[in-house]
Design a protein around this ligand. Structure first.
Ligand code: SF4
Ligand code: SF4
Length: 412
């Protein structure tokens, strides 16, 4: 469900009034960048870049493996010679096709992804040699059953209980079963050496993205939340992406922050992920007085806060440990998310908490009660819950609520 794909790239709306239409990130010194192209311009071509990479990989005989959840261990897919690609749909346009089959009351992320499947319009899904069907939530689990009628899928059972030895052991067994499935399906043993190499690659990717996110701790920061969100890729492990992340870090560390960002209200955004094409709410927040300084969700820090331990021990077990600890609402009781929110609110100097819930996402919706309590009673921060889908029909209403939230913060 994280940095997802399928929708042709659109020209993002500029969110930094200092430098439209050029990305604010690109306003730094070209000398600092060390090359002509701005990294943000590169990442705004993310879908074509990934498509070219996937096609070339396929020609070299590498399998394409689709995933839809941050629990799917990309390292195993890479160690099997495969290319892990996120399939989460962020387009409103594919939803009507999905609603011919699925209930209209389902979460838009599931419907959009399934719409791409029905329409055969996501090139990555059409290329996929395997789709990992994570048992994230009931809607996704049952959607994958329908997808499995015409595509090769493998069900990965996610852990449910937090801090539970049996649940942890069951998850480790699931990881081992997934490894065997990949080995048999793609005819290549996954050695510890290959796995350690893939872990090192993914640890590097997580570190680079964490360092970019950490730039938002500054007041004012050198980029907007929307620009940070654009630094992502549907495919992990692309060497050119890492060069661009490093170049962006060099540029942004030297860039003078845009003064207008200093007057914006610092928002900690939590809840569901804003997959590629479904960034509307973030645009509204930043267009109406807010600045998303921290995304706790799966398109932000949640999956990259921790690395896989590389030193010693069984790398498979190290993988199981890292992924078991993701603080997603599919976990019960998910205390780790509350802990993470506490820490992030402090580190990023958040002035309010805004929670995004996709329509019919029961786990995040019910957990939002605890997040509200944490924000208001423990952290002393105003809290706003926004439940929506991919349709722009409620944009004006959301904008009014965001403005009211910002006003509340300013009056404090
Ligand atoms: S929010 Fe939960 S279910 Fe969604 S991608 Fe993240 S870990 Fe997976
Ligand atoms: S947003 Fe919620 S309902 Fe939608 S796929 Fe993710 S966990 Fe399931």
């Amino acid at each position: 469900m994280s940095q997802c794909c399928g929708k042709p790239p659109v020209e993002p709306k500029p969110t930094d009034p200092c430098k439209p239409p050029e990305p604010a990130v690109c306003g730094g010194s070209p000398a600092a960048a060390g090359a002509a192209e701005c990294p943000l311009t590169y990442f705004r071509r993310m879908i074509p870049n990934c498509l070219a990479y996937a096609k070339a990989a396929r020609q070299q005989g590498r399998p394409i493996v689709g995933i839809m959840c941050e629990y799917a261990p990309r390292e195993l897919i890479m160690a099997a010679g495969g290319v892990p690609v996120c399939l989460c749909g962020g387009a409103n346009e594919t939803i009507p096709a999905a609603e011919e089959i699925l209930p209209s009351t389902l979460c838009p992320l599931i419907k959009s992804t399934f719409g791409y499947h029905v329409l055969k319009s996501n090139p990555f899904l059409e290329m996929a040699d395997l789709v990992v069907a994570e048992t994230t939530c009931d809607g996704k689990k049952k959607m994958f059953e329908l997808m499995a009628e015409s595509r090769p899928t493998y069900t990965l059972e996610l852990p449910q209980k937090e801090n539970d030895a049996d649940a942890r052991a069951h998850w480790a067994a699931e990881i081992r079963k997934f490894k065997r499935e990949l080995e048999i399906r793609f005819g290549r043993p996954i050695t510890h050496e290959a796995l350690r190499k893939a872990i090192a690659v993914m640890n590097r990717e997580r570190r680079l993205r964490r360092e970019l996110a950490a730039l938002m701790k500054a007041s004012p920061p050198p980029l907007t939340g929307r620009e940070l969100l654009d630094f992502k890729s549907s495919i992990s492990g692309i060497p050119e992406d890492y060069e661009q992340y490093e170049k962006a870090l060099r540029m942004l560390r030297e860039k003078r922050p845009c003064p207008s960002l200093a007057s914006r209200v610092r928002v900690l955004l939590t809840g569901v992920p804003l997959v590629h094409g479904a960034e509307r709410v973030l645009d509204i927040i930043e267009g109406h007085g807010g600045l998303v300084v921290c995304q706790e969700n799966c398109t932000g820090l949640k999956p990259i806060l921790e690395d896989v331990e590389l030193n010693g021990g069984d790398p498979l077990d190290a993988l199981a440990e890292k992924y078991y600890r993701i603080p997603c609402s599919v976990h019960t009781a998910n205390e780790r998310r509350m802990e993470s929110l506490r820490n992030l609110a402090r580190e990023y100097q958040a002035q309010c908490v805004l929670e995004l819930i996709w329509q019919a996402c029961l786990t995040y919706d019910i957990e939002s009660h605890r997040v509200k309590r944490l924000a208001e009673q423990e952290l002393g921060l105003p809290y706003l819950r926004i439940e929506t889908d991919y349709s722009p029909s409620d944009s004006a209403r959301i904008a009014v609520r965001v403005e009211a939230l910002c006003e509340t913060v300013r009056q404090r």
